[in-house]
Design a protein. Sequence first.
Length: 297
Amino acid sequence: MGWVFISIAAAAFQTLRFMLQKALSMGTLSAGGATLARFFYSAPFVVALAAGYWRWSGAVWPGYSGTFWAYALVGGLTQILATWCVVALFAHRNFAVGITFKKTEVVQTAIVGFVLLGDTVSAPGMAAIVLGLIGVLVLSDSSGGAGLRRFFNRAAGLGLLSGAFFAVSAVCYRGATLAVASEDAFLRAVLALAAVTVSQAVGMSAWLMWREPGELGRVFAARRTAVWMGVTGMAGSLCWFTAFTLQNAAYVFAVGQIEVIFSIAASVLFFSEKMARRELAGIGLLTLSILGLVLIG
């Protein structure tokens, strides 16, 4: 059951990181800059930890196969896209709602599994998915448009898209950790995380130099806050990667739903944001849906 506690720790660290990321994206950095900061300031810590643990453990260097890099690079790209969507979402809705939109990754994984792998969904499972869809519609109701425009808006699209990207990245990361030839679960996790984080930092830096000249300088200027985002990002990712080496990603995500509770507390206590009854109802419905899928599975 160790993976359960590791998953809870991952959710806690991720909430702290998103809090810092939201603060940086509110005028200090662009969505791309805030996304880069998460990887840029994590990379040195992750590389140092990976090198230190490898030398301390005395393990033979397992190396990286072509299969590993395929999983790692696809997972890294989809995580960047997912994080970018979440940061952009913060500009539209409050913190807790943004995080809850992201958590539709669990529902989307069930649907993608049926479409691509032929995994059957029972009647209770379909009911849970429908309940989650209702919760998403309630959350995405901006009350500022008419008809379908009240439900199908930019915030809803960003939230759903981030969930899809996070679902793909999680499966790829589990594949990457399993592709490292070692019996040491932590070594597999930390070596995979180091390769992924460095590739993300390099890729995002190159992209911003091309698309947003000057943003790299702002990322460096925000280092006093961003470095803590790097530390919490590293801690959260390390917990996720370690849990992925020990258990199916779907179960890890299921336990990680406790992040919804953490995000509500952060929304109220740190950002002084008030939750509307409609938003609380949507969060409740989506949470019940996720719990239902976990129990059924």
